[in-house]
Design a protein around this ligand. Structure first.
Ligand SMILES: [Zn+2]
Length: 492
C-alpha cells in the first residue's frame, strides 16, 4: 500500500499588517519529510504509522510557517502546484494524507484548505481516499469536507495529540482500502467566536468530554471539535463540530447538531477573566505570598495577548514593564522577540553592560520600547529541541541573550515563537523551578510543560493582537452574526 504525504500548514491572522511571504515558510520535501519521524508532530504521525502498518509513505511536500498575516498568493500557489505535480508524477496511490491547519487564508482565497483539498481531489480522482488532519483552531466549512474522506482535528489544546490523529488518518485509509469502508462527513457550524480555551480543565475539558463520549458510538468514525480561530476576518470564522460516520450522512448531521447545542448552551462559560498586566503581576505576587497553597513550583504569568502562536509580534513590553514597575525579585521572563537587542548583546559579549531599547518596535499596540542599561549574563545560539508539546521537534529562536534588567532575568530571542516549555530558559542557564515568578508569552501551549509544574498560572491580557477580548476586532466579512460580538447571534 502506498500513501502520499503532503500539506500546507498556516494559521493566518488577517489582522497582521504584513503579508506572509514565501521566505517565511519552512519546507520539507522527500526524505526531509521522512526525517521528521519521532518529533510528535502531524508529519511524524503519518511517517511512523506508515512504518508501523507496513505502508510505503510517498513524501511530496510539506510547508509551514509561524502564525502570521495573509499568505502571499504566489507563495501559496507555488506550494500548491508542486504538491499537485508531485501527486500526478508519482501516481498511483492507495490514499493521500494531508497535514493542514484549517485557518489558512491566502490573498484572494478565504479558505486555503478547501482550495487545496478540492484541487488534490481533482488530481487523484473520486476513488482514492484522502484524509486530512488539522489544528483545532481551524475555521472550516462543508465544501472542504466534501472533498475529503476524513477530517481529523487534534482534540487537545495544548495540541499534544497531533501525531496520534495522523496515525488515525493512516488507519482510516487502510480501512477504506482493505474493508471497502466509505465515510460521510458533516460540518456543523456554531455561530460563536471563542477566545482561546485550553482543554486541560474547565469548560474546554467539559465540552471535549461530550465529543469523546459521542465518538464511542459504533458507527461513528470520528468527532472533531474545531474551536475556531477568532483572529481572522473571513466568512468562515466560527466553531464547528465535524462528525465522520461509516457512510450515514443524516446520522452524522444529527450527532453534530446535538453536540453543537452542547457548545451553544455553554457559550457564556467560555468568557475568561481578562486581567491587565498590572493586575496579573499583583495577582501573581499575592499567589507567591499565599501560604495556604502548598504546591511547589513558580507562579507562571502567561502574556496571552502577545502570542506569536496566534500571529502577534512577540515583542510586546506591557507585562515586562509591569514587572519592572512592581520591582519584582526572583523573577524571570522568557522570552521577548528583539533580534536587534539579541545581536547587540552577542556583539558585546557576556559580562558587559549595554544600553538597549528592548521590544515594542512592531507597532503601537504592544507597548513602547523599554530603555535601560542591562547586564549580559549569558548567550546561546537559540537552536532548541521541544520537550513537552511537539516533543522532539526542532525550534530555532535565533541568537538568544539573557539580560539582567533591574534584577529581573529577561531572555531575548531573535525569531518569532511562543514559549512551549522551559528550554528557552534552560538554554541561558535559568532553572525556572528556582524562581518565584516566571513570565512568558503563550496562550495555552505552554501548559504542556508548565501546568503540572506551576504553583499557579495567572493569565495577563494587556492590549495585543491575540487578546482574549475577541470582540475588539473590526469585522467586515462575517457571514452570520457571531456570539459574543453580536447580540443577535442565534443557533438554529
Ligand atoms: Zn492551534
Amino acid at each position: 500500500m502506498r500513501i502520499a504525504i503532503a500539506g500546507i500548514v498556516h494559521e493566518t491572522n488577517t489582522y497582521c499588517r504584513e503579508q506572509t511571504p514565501l521566505s517565511d515558510f519552512r519546507v520539507a520535501r522527500g526524505d526531509d519529510i521522512l526525517a521528521r519521524r519521532g518529533q510528535e508532530s502531524a508529519v511524524d504521525g503519518f511517517v511512523s504509522a506508515c512504518e508501523e502498518f507496513g505502508v510505503e509513505p510517498v513524501p511530496i511536500l510539506v510547508a509551514g510557517a509561524q502564525p502570521s498575516g495573509t499568505i502571499e498568493a504566489g507563495a501559496y500557489d507555488g506550494f500548491k502546484q508542486e504538491i499537485l505535480m508531485g501527486l500526478r508524477d508519482r501516481q498511483p496511490f492507495d490514499g493521500v494524507v494531508l497535514t493542514l491547519h484549517g485557518a489558512g487564508v491566502v490573498d484572494g482565497i478565504d479558505d486555503l484548505e478547501a482550495d487545496l483539498a478540492i484541487s488534490v481531489r481533482e488530481v487523484v480522482g473520486a476513488h482514492v481516499p484522502i484524509v486530512a488532519t488539522f489544528d483545532l483552531h481551524g475555521n472550516i466549512a462543508q465544501p472542504m469536507a466534501d472533498a475529503l474522506d476524513g477530517v481529523l482535528a487534534c482534540h487537545h489544546y495544548p495540541h499534544i495529540d497531533m501525531h496520534e490523529r495522523s496515525r488515525e488518518a493512516v488507519r482510516l485509509i487502510q480501512r477504506m482500502v482493505n474493508e471497502g469502508l466509505r465515510t460521510a462527513i458533516h460540518v456543523e457550524r456554531i455561530p460563536v467566536a471563542l477566545p482561546t480555551t485550553t482543554t486541560f480543565f474547565g469548560i474546554g475539558q467539559e465540552v471535549l468530554a461530550y465529543m469523546l463520549e459521542a465518538e464511542g458510538a459504533a458507527d461513528v468514525i470520528d468527532i472533531s471539535w474545531f474551536h475556531g480561530f477568532p483572529y481572522a476576518d473571513t466568512p468562515l470564522v466560527s466553531s464547528t463540530v465535524v462528525v465522520t460516520t461509516s457512510g450515514d450522512q443524516q446520522r452524522a448531521a444529527s450527532i453534530a447538531k446535538q453536540l453543537g447545542h452542547v457548545i451553544w448552551e455553554r457559550r457564556e462559560a467560555f468568557q475568561i477573566e481578562s486581567l491587565s498586566a498590572t493586575e496579573a503581576v499583583s495577582k501573581a505576587v499575592n499567589a507567591v505570598a499565599d501560604e495556604s497553597n502548598r504546591k511547589a513550583g513558580p507562579v507562571v504569568i502567561n502574556e496571552t495577548s502577545d502570542n506569536c502562536g496566534g500571529g502577534a509580534p512577540g515583542d510586546g513590553t506591557h507585562l515586562l514593564r509591569a514587572m519592572l514597575d512592581a520591582h519584582l525579585v526572583n523573577a524571570c521572563f522568557g522570552f521577548i522577540v528583539d533580534p536587534e537587542v539579541a545581536a547587540q548583546a552577542h556583539a558585546a559579549g557576556v559580562g558587559r553592560t549595554i544600553s538597549v531599547r528592548l521590544g515594542g518596535k512592531s507597532d503601537g499596540l504592544h507597548g513602547t520600547p523599554i530603555e535601560a542599561d542591562v547586564y549580559v549574563k549569558a548567550l546561546h545560539d537559540g537552536a532548541l529541541i521541544l520537550q513537552a508539546m511537539g516533543r522532539g521537534g526542532r525550534l530555532d529562536l535565533g541568537p538568544l541573550a539573557r539580560l539582567v534588567i533591574e534584577g529581573i532575568d529577561v531572555v531575548v530571542g531573535s525569531k518569532r515563537s511562543q514559549t512551549f516549555d522551559a528550554e528557552p530558559f534552560l538554554a541561558v542557564g535559568i532553572d525556572v523551578m528556582r524562581y518565584d515568578i516566571v513570565a512568558l508569552k503563550s496562550s495555552n501551549h505552554f501548559r504542556g510543560y508548565f501546568q503540572e509544574r506551576a504553583r499557579e498560572i495567572v493569565t495577563a491580557d494587556p492590549p495585543g493582537m491575540t487578546t482574549l477580548k475577541v470582540e475588539v476586532f473590526p469585522r467586515q466579512h462575517t457571514s452570520v452574526p457571531l456570539w459574543p460580538l453580536d447580540a443577535n447571534a442565534q443557533y438554529e
